[in-house]
Design a protein. Structure first.
Length: 125
C-alpha cells in the first residue's frame, strides 16, 4: 500500500508563472501542495505542512510547460493528423500549448488571435 504524498509549502517565490496566456504572471509568493495537488496559491500562506521549502526568490512554474513546440496545424496539414498529434500530447500530460510557428506565413493571423492557439485551447477543454 502506498503512502500519501507529504504536504508541502513553498514560500518566498520571486515570480509565479501561471501558463495562462491571458495572465501569465500572478502576484503570489507561496504554493501549498497536498495529496500531490496544488491546493492554494497566494501571498503569505501560513498552513502547517510536512515539508516547507524556502524558494529564495526564484521563479516557480507549476506543471510542465513546453516552451518550444511546433504543432503542425496549418492550412497544409490534414486536420485529423493535427488533432491526433495534440491528443497524444494531452495523453502525455501536456494541458497547455501555444505555438506561433505556423502563423508566420503570409495571410495567416498573428497571436493572440491565432487559430492555432484557439484550436489547442479548445481541444484541451
Amino acid at each position: 500500500m502506498s503512502r500519501p504524498a507529504p504536504s508541502c509549502l513553498i514560500r518566498n517565490i520571486g515570480t509565479f508563472v501561471t501558463g495562462d496566456y491571458a495572465r501569465p504572471v500572478r502576484g503570489a509568493d507561496s504554493i501549498y501542495i497536498e495529496d500531490g495537488l496544488i491546493r492554494e496559491v497566494g501571498s503569505g500562506i501560513s498552513r502547517a505542512a510536512d515539508v516547507v521549502i524556502d524558494a529564495g526568490g526564484i521563479t516557480a512554474i507549476p506543471g510542465l510547460i513546453d516552451s518550444h513546440s511546433h504543432p503542425t496545424i496549418g492550412e497544409f496539414t490534414p486536420a485529423q493528423n493535427a488533432q491526433s498529434w495534440v491528443t497524444h500530447y494531452m495523453h502525455g500530460g501536456v494541458t497547455a500549448l501555444i505555438s506561433a510557428g505556423e502563423l508566420h506565413m503570409p495571410g495567416l493571423p498573428t497571436p493572440p488571435d491565432a487559430r492555432t492557439a484557439m484550436a489547442l485551447a479548445h481541444l484541451a477543454k
